[in-house]
Every structure is written in C-alpha cells, then in structure tokens.
Design a protein around this ligand. Structure first.
Ligand code: 3H9
Length: 714
C-alpha cells in the first residue's frame, strides 16, 4: 500500500520511538511507536543504540525492553516491505540483543507478533502478562519469520510446536507460550514496566546469567526433531494449497536442524528474501491493509454509531437463521419473527441445528448451547420487535414481500431503530421510500451461510443517515464480519460483477470449453472451486429464478447462453438434487463429470450454430479475469464501490478469490492494466456488446496509472 515508509511519530511529536533511562542497575528501554510499536527503521536504530549503551555503561547490570501503549511490538513495519532496505536489518538488531553481555529481559503485554516475538526470543528472559498475544503470523503475509524466528523458536519449543505456530500464524496467550517454553514467566497485572522491573530485580538478586536462545537445547535429539519435521513437510506439501511460504518455513527449520546457528540465520535470510520477492507477498500485504481500509468510509468517520444491544430478525429460513446465529455468537439477544407457528418452529430449529452440529462434534457443550439459546426468542408477532435497536429483514427476495415487512416494521419499531434489509439484488431506495423513516433504512447483504461467511456488503441508499451506516459498520465488527460499503444497483458490488464474469464463463462453455475445464483452470488459479461447482453447491434453481425475473428486461441483442436453463429444466439443481453440471452419486459432495451434461452443451452449441473450438487454460483465465476486472472498474467508476480495494475485499471474502492474489483489482495491477485493456479490446472484436472497455480502465491506461492510485492509502 503506502509507498512512503511510515515515519514513526510523524507530525509535531519529535520524541524518538525508542528511549532509555536508568532505574538503578536496570536500563529500561521503552518502545513507543504508535499505534502498535512496529519495528520501523527508527525503532531498529533505537534498539541497537540502546544495546550499545548498555554495553558501554558499567553501571548497567540488566536491560529491560518493553512497549508503551497497547502492544509490546506487532512486528516488522509491514509498510516497509517492497521498499529499499535500510540498516540496521532486524536480524542484526536481534543478534545484537542476543549477544549482549548483560542479561536482557523482554516484558511482553498485548501483541508480540512476528519480528516483535523475534525480538523477545533474542532476549535472555521473557515475561508475558495476561492478555499478551504471541505469534509468528508472517505466513499470513506470504513471508516467514525472518529475524531468527525459524532458528530460535524450534530451539526453545521444539520443532513440532514451533512449526505449527509458524504455519498457522495463530496467536497464543501467555500461559500457552509458557507451556511451550517461549516465555519464562507469566506475570500479573497490566503494566509491563512494573512487572518487568520486579522480574529484573529477582534476576539481579539471583545473579542470573546471560542465557541465549541460540544455545537452547530444543533440537538436541536430532533424529526425533528430523522425524517431526519430515512429517510436517509431508503434511504441508498436501495442505499448503498453492501458497509459497509454508514450504519455505519448513526449509528454514531444516536449516536450523542441519547448520550451525549463524549459517542457519543466513539460510533463513535467503529464504525470507525469496518470499519478499514473491507476488504472493504483494497480494497478501495488499489484502492485510485493504481489510483495514474498508472500515474507513465517510459515514463511519463522520458519525457515531447508534447504540445497539438487541437485534431482531424477520424470517427464519436459511438466511435469517444464519444471521441469528451470527448475532447470538456475538453475544447479542435475538428476537426472530415469522408469520405463523409452523414457520417460527422451523426458524428455531434452523438456529438450533447449527449448535446441535457443534455439540455433536464436541465443539460446544450442551450447557453452552442452552446458554446461547436462552438469548433467542421466537415470535409470530411483529410487536415483539417494538423495543429492539436493530432489525434485519431476511424474507423472500421479492419487492412486494419486502415492502409488506417494512410496513410492519415502520408500524411497530421504536423511533431510531435501524431497519435493515438483507437483499441480494433489490432496489433498497425503493424499499426505503416505502416507509415513513427512510433515514433509518440500510442494506445488509449477508452471504450464505451467514454465520460462516465473512463478507457483509453494507448497502447505502440515498436517504440513509450517516449514523445508521456507522451503526451497520459497528454491527459488522461486532459480528466479526468484514464489511464493505456498496451503493445501490442491481447486485451491488459482488453479484453485479459476478453476473458479468459468470456470463463470460457461459460464453466460453458454449464456444468450446467444457464446464470441467473452466472449473479446473480456476482451481489452478487458486479458487477453492470453479464457477460451475459453485453453482451446483448454491443450487441451480436460484440463478434460474433470477434469469427468469430478468428475462423481460434483458437486451434482446445481448448474447444469452441457454445451457443452464436446459440443465435446470431437467430438475438438475446441483448437489441437493444429486446432479447439476456434475453428478453426485449417493449424496457425494465431490462431483463427477457427466457425459449427459456434455451432450446438452453440444446440442446447445449446435442449436446456436457454434462450431466449438479449443481453449487453453490461460485463455480461460484471461477472459474470466478481464470480465471481472472490467466490471470491477465500472463499479468503482460509478461510485458503487468507494475504491478498487473495496472490490478486492468483496471478492476475497465473499467469492473465494485467492487471498494471496490480493483481489481482482490488485491482480489486474500486477498483470498490468494495458494488458487487461488489450485483452478486452481483442475480445470486443467478437462481441462488442459484451466486451465494452470500462471508461475508468481506459482513463487509467491513458494516464499510465493503476487501480492502486485510487486507493487513498497507496
Ligand atoms: C514480520 O514481523 C517479519 C519479520 O519476521 C522479519 C522482518 C525482517 N506494520 O489491526 P489493527 C497498523 S512481518 C505496520 O486495526 P487491532 C494497521 O494497519 C509482521 N502497521 O488493530 C492499523 O493501521 P490504521 C508480523 C501495522 O488492534 C493499525 O496498526 N506481524 C502493523 O485490531 C492498527 O491495527 C503481523 O503480521 C505492522 N506490523 O490489531 C501483525 N500492524 O489504523 C500484524 C498493525 O492506519 N498486525 N499495523 O488502519 C496485526 O495482526 C494487528 O494489527 C494487531 C492489532 C493484532 C497487532
């Protein structure tokens, strides 16, 4: 993102980000680089200088490092990656700490992640307070721990635990870190300075010696360590799903097993640079910042959210129940309303089914389920929603039905209640205009299953007030969703773009590629499933209903592929009917190729007068992505998405786009916009109606700019 290296303490404050002062024989080193004490160049320089001072000052007997504010250290400054490196490098700072001739203590509170944990592991003694979050999450950025984490963590915690931490990137608490041998002491309280000073006093009283992690004995049983690593390597090869850095982590730990410490560090550095140079690093770091930038929308910056403590859900079908579960999981009380006793019983059963599944798998106790369900109320009367702060309507996707529900909500809900509609396509301005309080109406487009899928499109109709939008963003965060602001249009951001690239896939199918080849090409790209598998999973009848609804307004000159209709006419709706594009014998979830589907495709080609031609997987990908990016550009151009990064986050969290590619707009930037535009212009020769270059794409190419230039933070 930002091409500028973050300046610590930018602005009027000129306090250096690392300060030291003597407290008796202890040199207290304080890192203060808000918001999370990332290890930018000034922090690295400060730490190096502090260690030099400790060595030089005979009155210093021990060094205590701690973080000011809410973190110990959240890691390397991610904004520096991809920039020319500036000395000192973090591994050198870590080595200086470890080589210090006086004991160094790290007092950890809050996040101690990545390079932050590596600093702590280079210290000689570690204390962590409750609430600490320790981890080596570099894998999530396409990296490996590059400041000795791959060499020191296995020596302290053993291969298995260390590699598991590095491959999962998960954060662990102080207690678990102590069990693993990564910290020596779990302290009490919330102040790392006072806890650290008390620990330092103890160590000084015991004349505790310097004790270096590079000499720790975790790899002493070489054969056992190698056997553990071999098993992890085999597992990682199977599970790393196209990711680059997991195998590099294994290689780095192999070096820890085989090489003396300093040579292992060199090997780790080489592997780290391979990760830095990989496009996956660029994609994942883009995703990291984009996921945070999506929260920065004008309404949420201009207004405070309305308080919300209670939630109503209208509709107990799959969507309504999923939304209710999501809210119950977040600790909110939920009142669900359905039209009659039978429907509300079904609604309740749909909610309970989710928790019963967890209980059956041993992931929830029956008591915990009962406690959650105690917050659920079912009712057949709208009056039950009179006092709730926020209502989400999740009834049948039809304007008349939705308006009838909103009329009821308008009648019963208290003034100031937020009235949200969970629609995928419908015009929310029209819904808002039908009530007496359009300023309270907002769209919340959940994705199915709503308790699992992270994406939440927050659709902003013309008359909504800013605090309602801010409330929607606050709700999304409470529900642990990733919210994206969208404007009103048919399909909002995600489904609108989907309709276009899905049509491109249908065109390719009719022109000669099989659905199986198209799916394979997209799985090779990194999607967990191809578009035809997704259609079988979602149910072909859903798309069929939409196509029928749109039939009347479809441009008769636009190309329309009828293969999906032929399949649906046979009642083949995908997994739930045992066949769709694929065959699912005996309820199987993985489909098999279906020769009858291929025969239908052939017949449709013939009917349309098309002589099939061969497609390479590369061409399939180019067409699919060109269609997606072009419509993404239209969506940004028309203000439906605020920035290209909002399109990226939508696709990563709602449509299975591989996160390590950053999102479609980031991918387009990496391919180069002139290339994408040239593809579209070439395809337009066959079908100028479908392939119309987006004005935004044309403009950016003419200016030599990219999508990143429209993301304020880049
Ligand atoms: C590494 O360490 C490599 C080394 O092994 C080797 C090097 C040679 N840098 O998430 P939040 C910003 S790789 C720069 O909203 P929270 C973030 O963008 C690094 N900026 O807060 C946001 O900015 P803004 C390994 C960072 O409380 C603000 O801080 N470390 C960094 O929900 C607040 O963040 C990681 O991967 C950073 N490292 O969560 C940890 N971290 O306000 C990444 C955060 O402008 N960070 N920012 O939007 C996190 O997981 C979470 O931010 C954290 C706090 C848990 C720390």
């Amino acid at each position: 993102m930002s091409q500028a290296v973050a300046t610590p303490n930018a602005g009027a404050d000129t306090t250096p980000p690392v300060t030291q002062r003597r407290e008796g024989a202890v040199l207290v080193v304080t890192i203060s680089n808000p918001p999370v004490n990332a290890l930018g160049v000034a922090v690295r320089r400060g730490l190096q200088a502090a260690i030099a001072e400790a060595e030089a000052d005979a009155a210093v007997a021990l060094v205590l490092i701690h973080g000011a504010g809410r973190a110990f250290i959240a890691g390397a400054d991610i904004r520096e990656f991809g920039q020319p490196p500036q000395a000192p490098a973090l591994p050198d700072v870590c080595r200086a700490i470890e080589q210090c001739s006086k004991p160094v203590v790290a007092a950890i509170h809050g996040p101690a992640l990545g390079g932050g944990l590596e600093i702590a592991l280079s210290a000689h003694y570690r204390l962590a307070l409750p609430g600490s979050k320790l981890g080596l999450p570099e894998v999530q950025l396409g990296l490996l721990p590059g400041s000795g984490g791959t060499q020191r963590a296995p020596r302290l915690a053993g291969v298995k635990a260390a590699v598991e931490l590095m491959l999962s990137g998960r954060h662990i608490g102080a207690e678990e870190a102590a069990k693993l041998g990564l910290v020596d002491r779990v302290g009490a309280g919330t102040d790392p300075l006072s806890a650290g000073l008390a620990y330092a006093a103890e160590l000084l009283a015991q004349s505790a010696p310097v004790r270096r992690s590079c000499d720790a004995p975790g790899l002493a049983d070489r054969a056992a360590a190698q056997a553990e690593l071999d098993a992890l390597r085999a597992d990682t090869a199977k599970k790393s799903k196209g990711l680059f850095s997991p195998m590099k982590i294994i290689e780095a730990v192999q070096a820890a097993l085989e090489l003396p410490f300093d040579e292992g560090m060199k090997r780790e550095r080489e592997l780290f640079w391979q990760c830095i140079d990989s496009p996956q690093r660029a994609g994942l770091i883009h995703a990291f910042f984009a996921e945070r930038e999506v929260l920065k929308v004008p309404e949420a910056q201009a207004a405070q959210p309305r308080p919300f403590a209670t939630l109503g859900v209208v509709g107990g079908g799959t969507m309504g129940a999923g939304i209710a579960v999501s809210a119950l999981d977040a600790g909110l009380p939920v009142t669900m309303v359905e039209r009659d006793a039978e429907s509300i019983a079904r609604g309740r059963a749909n909610v309970e089914k989710v928790y019963d599944g967890l209980v059956a798998k041993g992931r929830m106790t029956p008591e915990a389920k009962a406690a959650v369900m105690a917050r659920y109320t079912g009712s057949t009367s709208y009056e039950a929603l009179a006092q709730v702060d926020l209502v989400i309507e999740a009834v049948f996707e039809e304007m008349g039905v939705k308006k009838a529900v909103f009329a009821e909500l308008d009648r019963v809900c208290k003034p100031g209640a937020v009235l949200a509609t969970n629609t995928s396509y419908l015009d929310i301005d029209e819904i808002a205009a039908s009530v007496s309080r359009p300023q309270d109406v907002v769209g919340l487009h959940f994705f199915s299953p709503a308790n699992i899928m992270k994406l939440l499109e927050i659709v902003v109709p013309a008359q909504v007030s800013a605090d309602v939008v801010a409330t929607a963003f606050a709700l999304a965060q409470k529900l642990k969703k990733v919210p994206v602001r969208a404007g009103v249009c048919d399909g909002f951001i995600g489904n609108r773009i989907l309709a276009v690239y899905r049509a491109a896939a249908d065109h390719m199918m009719e022109d000669g590629a099989s659905p199986y080849q198209i799916d394979q090409a997209l799985r090779d790209f990194g999607y967990p499933m191809g578009p035809f598998q997704v259609s079988d999973l979602a149910g072909g009848d859903i798309g069929w209903a939409t196509r029928k609804r749109r039939a009347a307004t479809r441009d008769p000159k636009a190309r329309y592929v009828q293969i999906a209709d032929r399949i649906c006419e046979r009642g083949w709706f995908g997994q739930k009917t045992g066949r769709g594009y694929y065959l699912y014998p005996a309820g199987a979830r993985t489909g098999e190729m279906d020769p009858e589907v291929l025969a239908i495709v052939d017949a449709e080609r013939e009917r349309a007068g098309i002589t099939p031609r061969a497609f390479s997987n590369d061409e399939i990908l180019r067409r699919y992505m060109a269609a997606m990016v072009n419509e993404g550009a239209n969506v940004v151009h028309q203000g439906i998405a605020l920035r290209p990064l909002d399109v990226d986050v939508t696709f990563v969290y709602g449509y299975g786009f591989p996160r390590y590619r950053g999102g479609p707009m980031k991918y387009a930037d990496m391919v180069g916009l002139p290339q994408i535009l040239a593809d579209i212009e070439a395809f337009a020769k066959e079908d100028p109606l479908f392939w119309k270059p987006s004005p935004l794409l044309v403009e950016l190419v003419a200016k030599g700019a990219n999508f990143a230039s429209l993301n304020q933070s880049e």
